[in-house]
Design a protein around this ligand. Structure first.
Ligand code: HEM
Length: 438
């Protein structure tokens, strides 16, 4: 079986085997045997693959590895403490290279600095087809996938899983567009209050409003058009098990465009930099470099305040009259305020998703005495973020650099209301369009 047939196996056989194991219709060993004999045994030496073939194989073996890890840990006493033992029976190629060593070599061979296990990048970005984002008909961003077959690989072959991967990648694509629009404003001496900058800031705000809408729509559609919370909790996220103790499982927290936006716009959460750096091993090399660069630069709102001869402590000390005069003198502040307010509202919408699909149903289970899943707790995210921490992040985004302007922007002049005109354009069609190729 060459690398291309592996793709067929992951699309057709793996979901069937996973369903069979989950329904106790087959023992987990069946998956290990089939994977070992039908897939891994015939894999070529990694160096014979092109970087793109290596990327596709990282996606495929990522799904296979996650499946092996999950079933082993659910079926073997002590398995959770020793996840790496799941892979001991598995070797790849004629030279019988241990599965995890082969996977690590493959990850290295992609040239992307990919982690030595499955990741957000492989599961979401590489797996789902290319997504393009346009604003008012202008193409702004393209987030490529590495398959052009129109398929989305999943663990159990359900449309809900496909929809979840598409949701996350669509979100990331919109975030990429936001960052593309804002990044030119980070060059030294960029004018942040002129008409061209204001257009960018307004464009980014409209894009963020579309991201928020995407989140709200996913929450409001019936379960059969999205993913039922029980499926998310009991099926989907249980595949994000450890491959080795302490490694970083795939998570939305590894969405690099969200991290970049936080560092572009600033986030008043102590320790946020270190928290982001802890996730670095699971990111790609280019992502680590871009995020690192943004971390060491002043945020856009701080640069903006510097440009108008102010700073955060001056804003904190200013009275309402001072603030009013400042806004009258620099109307760009209104656009920047709206951008930061929308960024916070996106965070609030995401928080709502996490509560609806995870934290609330788990609280209900706790109240009913049903307990938690043994493998992946549903009381926290896969990288360990708790509901309280996600609440805090949302509050930190609400408490943004220009939050002091709120009283003079809301209430006073109705034209300054932060969300006005953001969702407009509905009669003429949506301002933001996302297209999934294939
Ligand atoms: C039903 C949909 C979703 C649910 C239930 C959900 C749930 C969660 C949970 C539980 C966490 C904590 C993760 C951890 O501990 O590692 C998290 C974090 C995160 N998720 Fe999601 N998520 C959803 C959709 C999305 C989408 C579509 C995106 C990206 C466009 C996204 C981006 C993030 C980010 C950036 C974080 C880090 C926390 C933050 O910055 O606020 N999530 N999510």
């Amino acid at each position: 079986m060459g690398p291309e047939q592996v793709g067929e196996w992951v699309l057709r056989e793996l979901p069937r085997l996973n369903r069979a194991v989950l329904h106790d219709h087959a023992p987990p060993e069946l998956l290990v045997t089939e994977l070992g004999e039908r897939v891994l045994a015939e894999l070529p030496d990694v160096t014979r693959l092109s970087p793109e073939e290596a990327q596709r194989l990282v996606v495929h073996l990522g799904f296979a590895g996650a499946s092996v890890a999950r079933h082993y840990q659910e079926h073997t006493p002590g398995g959770i403490e020793h996840p790496e033992r799941a892979f001991l029976p598995l070797t790849a190629g004629g030279d019988r290279i241990p599965f995890r060593a082969y996977f690590a070599a493959l990850a290295e061979h992609t040239g992307t600095g990919h982690y030595d296990r499955d990741s957000y990048s492989s599961l979401v970005r590489w797996n789902v087809g290319t997504i393009r984002v346009s604003l008012h008909g202008e193409a702004l961003a393209e987030l490529p996938g590495i398959f052009d077959d129109g398929h989305i690989r999943t663990y159990t072959g359900t449309p809900g899983e496909e929809r979840f991967f598409v949701l996350v990648k669509t979100g990331e694509a919109i975030e990429l567009a936001v960052n593309c629009v804002l990044l030119p404003l980070t060059v030294a001496h960029a004018d942040l209050i002129g008409e061209s900058a204001r257009r960018r800031v307004r464009g980014a705000t409209v894009l963020l409003a579309a991201l928020r809408r995407l989140f709200l729509d996913f929450a409001s559609l019936p379960a059969e058009q999205t993913m039922a919370a029980e499926v998310f909790m009991d099926v989907f996220r249980q595949f994000a098990a450890h491959w080795t103790p302490g490694d970083i499982p795939p998570s939305g927290a590894l969405d690099p465009e969200a991290l970049k936006r936080d560092f572009l716009l600033g986030i008043a959460e102590p320790g946020y930099d270190q928290q982001a750096r802890r996730l670095f091993p699971a990111l790609l090399e280019a992502e680590r470099a871009e995020i690192d660069a943004l971390m060491s630069e002043p945020t856009l709102p701080r640069r903006l305040l510097a440009e108008i001869g102010s700073d955060e402590s001056a804003l904190a000390e200013a009275d309402e009259g001072d603030l009013r005069r400042l806004v009258a003198q620099h109307p760009a502040l209104v656009d920047w305020y709206r951008l930061l307010a929308m960024h916070a509202r996106v965070s609030g919408a995401h928080l709502m998703l996490s509560k609806k699909f995870l934290f609330k149903p788990q609280r209900e289970r706790d109240r009913a005495g049903m307990g938690d899943r043994l493998l992946i707790s549903n009381r926290a995210g896969t990288t360990g973020m708790t509901e309280t921490y996600l609440d805090r992040l949302t509050r930190a985004r609400q408490n943004h650099t220009l939050a002091r302007l709120r009283p003079v922007l809301i209430g006073g002049n109705p034209e300054n209301a932060p969300d006005q005109a953001i969702d407009s354009g509905q009669e003429t069609g949506p301002a933001v369009v996302t297209e999934l190729a294939g």
